[in-house]
Design a protein around this ligand. Structure first.
Ligand SMILES: Nc1ncnc2c1ncn2[C@@H]1O[C@H](COP(=O)(O)OP(=O)(O)OP(=O)(O)O)[C@@H](O)[C@H]1O
Length: 465
């Protein structure tokens, strides 16, 4: 329907748009997403006719759009500020555009009533804008934009003036309306959550260029550029080179992932926080769990997050197994399920500490071991959940051997709970930024806990650098 081909626009030294090509389909809710200054408003203004490109073409159903003046384009632009006339009633504000077209009065009245009913403002027709809430004003602006039945409606940060709760409601409302009126919507936003929740497809912009165009889920799960991987949703990005389907992360070893990059290609591995599963070994002896400041990345050598690995190989794991009275340990790969919680702190500290002292040279480059249920564990105990080291058991593939999931080890630096999700940051030796892990619901993992991180090849996406 709308074809944008090779559009560029410079302002002096600034390249606002560089060779932008996009195809927007009929009836689509399309989002232009990107950080401030990336050129999305400039593109919207070009479509509306308030700006001209230096080069490139734009056609609507095959007909050239750029040669038409703004008022002749079957396109409407809804401004961020709503631009309502304060002295006019709601009905007058909505009728304004139709009156300028000199449509018959009866038709204007009918169309205004119809559109006000659609946006749920029939009862407010006689009010003035200042007598309305932010959400209601937004609906008036929307009613005014759609009453002229444009082919294409452009919305510039349509919800940014609303507070968070109203914005969430209006997102649903906008989506419903768009389906109902069947007009193609192109929305500009810097808010990735807004774009993800509203749009059928999203074009991610960075510095005047289109980085990727995709459906929300595809953008999130299969980012194709480092920028998209970092901008759309939270992600753990590991640097290295493609190796054997995964990523050679240098000091971190080979990390599991998927991608069809040639061996040795410089790449990032993107692993979403909710794809990482935690195996909790508890807080080692003598470490107060409430003082994350003590667990700095500078200390990984002594603070040996690989302690639990050794405990898994301990000669007496079943009886003296590390035990934290947490939900995680109940699901852990460790043979600890039947330990008595009251004894746990002591026994956990003991068994976590002893083996580490015996073999401090063990390094996190040997991830496989910690993923294994202890080989010498009581088979009956470990059989309960030997392949579910994770907190989110539902994500675990019971068919997959634990040692195939790839493991890093580290120490929990912070745990916070919001939005119904626990956000856990884990300091991993050899990695400057903490690894973020998200688990549904409240976690009982504590700050200071030694943990192993698991993910499968499918959970990591290789992105060329
Ligand atoms: N009329 C102008 N004169 C000079 N520079 C401009 C003009 N319009 C835009 N720019 C520059 O072009 C770049 C892209 O601006 P644009 O407004 O399109 O970005 P944006 O992604 O919409 O940002 P925001 O979300 O902050 O509105 C910016 O660097 C901006 O400063």
């Amino acid at each position: 329907m709308l074809q944008i081909t090779g559009v560029s626009r410079r302002f002096g030294e600034v390249t606002a748009l560089s060779e932008v090509s996009l195809e927007i389909r009929p009836g689509e809710f399309f989002a232009l997403l990107g950080p401030s200054g990336c050129g999305k408003t400039t593109l919207l203004r070009i479509l509306a006719g308030f700006e001209s490109p230096d080069s490139g073409a734009v056609t609507l159903d095959g007909a050239d759009l750029l040669s038409l003046p703004a008022h002749r384009r079957p396109i409407n632009l809804m401004f961020q500020s709503y631009a309502l006339f304060p002295h006019m009633t709601v009905a007058k504000n909505v009728a304004y555009g139709l009156e300028r077209e000199r449509l018959p009065r009866a038709e204007i009245r009918e169309r205004v009533e119809e559109v006000l009913a659609k946006v749920g403002l029939a009862a407010m027709a006689g009010r003035r804008p200042q007598q309305l809430s932010g959400g209601q004003r937004q609906r008036v602006a929307l009613a005014r934009a759609i009453v002229k039945r444009p082919r294409l409606l452009l919305l510039d940060e349509p919800l940014s003036a609303l507070d968070k709760k109203v914005r969430a409601e209006m997102q649903l409302e906008l989506k419903r309306l768009q389906h109902e009126v069947g007009i193609t919507f192109v929305v500009v936003t810097h808010d990735q959550e807004e774009a993800m929740s509203l749009a059928d497809r999203i074009a991610v912009f960075s510095a005047g260029r289109v980085e990727q165009v995709d459906e929300p889920v595809a953008l999130y799960e299969r980012p194709r550029t480092p920028f998209v991987a970092g901008f759309v949703g939270a992600s753990n990005l590991f640097e290295g080179a493609a190796h054997d389907g995964g990523l050679d992360g240098g000091e971190l070893g080979v990390l599991p992932g998927t991608g069809d990059l040639p061996e040795g290609t410089p790449a990032l591995l993107s692993v979403r926080p909710e794809r990482i599963r935690l195996e909790d070994f508890g807080v080692p002896d003598g470490e107060p769990s409430e003082e994350p400041a003590a667990e700095t990345p500078e200390e990984p050598a002594e603070e040996s997050p690989e302690k639990p690995v050794e405990s898994a190989e301990s000669p007496e794991p079943a009886e003296e197994s590390p035990k934290e009275p947490t939900a995680e340990s109940a699901e852990s790969a460790e043979p600890v399920e039947d330990a008595v919680p009251e004894e746990s702190a002591e026994s956990a500290e003991k068994s976590l500490e002893e083996p580490a002292a015996e073999s401090p040279e063990k390094s996190p480059e040997e991830p496989v071991e910690s993923a294994e249920p202890a080989e010498d564990a009581d088979p009956e105990e470990s059989a309960e959940s030997p392949e579910e080291p994770a907190e989110s058991a539902e994500d675990t593939d019971p068919e997959e051997p634990a040692e195939g999931r790839g493991v890093l080890r580290g120490k929990v630096a912070d745990v916070s709970f919001y939005g119904g999700v626990s956000h856990i940051s884990v300091v991993v030796p050899g990695r400057p930024a903490p690894v973020l892990v998200a688990t549904q619901g409240a976690t009982r993992v504590r700050t200071g806990s030694a943990v192993a991180l698991h993910w499968a090849a499918d959970d990591g996406v290789l992105v060329p650098q």
